[in-house]
Design a protein around this ligand. Structure first.
Ligand SMILES: Cc1cc2nc3c(=O)[nH]c(=O)nc-3n(C[C@H](O)[C@H](O)[C@H](O)COP(=O)(O)OP(=O)(O)OC[C@H]3O[C@@H](n4cnc5c(N)ncnc54)[C@H](O)[C@@H]3O)c2cc1C
Length: 340
């Protein structure tokens, strides 16, 4: 049986960042991905300015940068020039290739097209029956993580997101908050260079995937498009954080539930947690501060979402009031803290 110091399951932004960091320090690491390509999960590709501070060579995978964009709260339009909450768009496939090539350059072993079907105390089993031993196991296998299940964690609620990739080019990036249209979620229009992602989402406990799609279709029709001619892409996000270290088993990104539930900007926490877990494997005394910050951000968004859900009938009133008071420095600071 082959054996590696660290085996990572999942080649999304979290798993690849973990492999890269370990390999960079000369550690023995294998990453297993069930798909042929990397970072292939359906995604809007939006990143807030903190992503630019990760020290990645972002020019290799940035798709579109924006100077201004629109946040639409019910009927009001709020054009934001605020650099702290601006969204830029990246090309996820290019991000995957960038992280994978770097990890391989440093010596990480990367195995695509391989599904992990079972986990035992010190080895994993792949779909072709191969056993691979590990000292540390990292679950970077997304929202339906088998490593999370092996660690004994359930998931109280998922977020279902649905998007259409439309060939028409939209000029403006928009976030649309309107409870009548999107209930607890929001609608987004993310104009990439070769397509536009239009989507929305909600908690599974509040709405089924079918209901979310009906809401999206209505909005898409209002935007002058025919939803019958479009193919939806849908996936879940896990924002139910319940810990990330269980003896020699670690969880990163969506597998751990680090994604903040209001914005669902999951790529940033996946990369940060992937790196931090690698650093803890290298040095068990490594500070947990960055992980704590991720958890804090997630918790702040969870509280805001819970309150918006508790007072659903006031949601549009709150959105419209925010448009009026958002320029007050204290409110602006708080919003930035929660969102970006
Ligand atoms: C429609 C939609 C829009 C989104 N928009 C945005 C956005 O604009 N910005 C943003 O930051 N986030 C967005 N997200 C969230 C973001 O995509 C995720 O939070 C992020 O990809 C999490 O990264 P990860 O590395 O933890 O997991 P993932 O990217 O999900 O990667 C997990 C990997 O593990 C692999 N895997 C799973 N099980 C196994 C197994 N048994 N064996 C081997 N491999 C396995 C999968 O194939 C996958 O490649 C969106 C999500 C959706 C669904």
């Amino acid at each position: 049986m082959d054996k590696f110091e660290t085996v990572i399951i999942g080649g999304g932004p979290g798993g690849l960042s973990c492999a890269l960091t370990l390999a960079h320090k000369g550690r023995d690491v294998l990453l297993i991905e069930k798909e042929k390509s990397f970072c292939s999960k359906t995604c809007g590709g939006g990143v807030t300015p903190r992503f630019h501070k990760l020290g990645l060579d972002i020019e290799k995978f940035i798709d579109v940068k924006f100077k201004n964009q629109f946040v639409i709260m019910v009927q009001n339009q709020l054009e934001t020039f605020n650099p702290e909450i601006r969204v830029d768009l990246i090309n996820r496939k290019k991000l995957g290739d960038y992280l994978k090539n770097k990890a391989q350059k440093y010596g990480a072993r990367i195995k695509p097209n391989t599904n992990v079907i079972s986990i035992k105390k010190d080895y994993i089993v792949t779909s072709n029956g191969k056993r691979i031993g590990y000292k540390y196991l990292v679950g970077a296998d997304g929202s339906s993580s088998i490593v999370r299940r092996y660690a004994g964690l359930g998931t109280r609620d998922f977020i279902i997101l649905v998007q259409y990739k439309i060939q028409k080019k939209f000029k403006k990036l928009e976030w649309c908050f309107d409870a009548r249209k999107f209930d607890a979620g929001y609608g987004w229009i993310f104009p990439h260079s070769k397509f536009t992602s239009i989507g929305t989402g909600n908690l599974k406990s509040r709405m089924s995937g079918k209901e979310i799609r009906i809401k999206l279709d209505r909005w898409v029709s209002e935007l002058g498009l025919n939803p019958k001619k479009l193919k939806p892409e849908s996936a879940t996000v896990n924002a139910d954080y319940r810990g990330y270290k269980f003896g020699n088993i670690f969880l990163v990104g969506d597998a751990a539930g680090f994604t903040p539930p209001l914005t669902c900007e999951g790529m940033y926490p996946a990369i940060v947690s992937g790196r931090e877990v690698a650093k803890m494997i290298i040095n068990p005394k490594h500070s947990q501060l960055k992980i704590k910050k991720l958890v804090e951000k997630r918790t702040k968004q969870q509280k805001l979402l819970d309150n918006l859900n508790r007072f659903s009938f006031l949601r549009n009133f709150i959105y419209n009031s925010l448009v009026k008071i958002y320029r007050i420095p204290f409110i602006k600071k708080k919003l930035i803290e929660i969102i970006a």
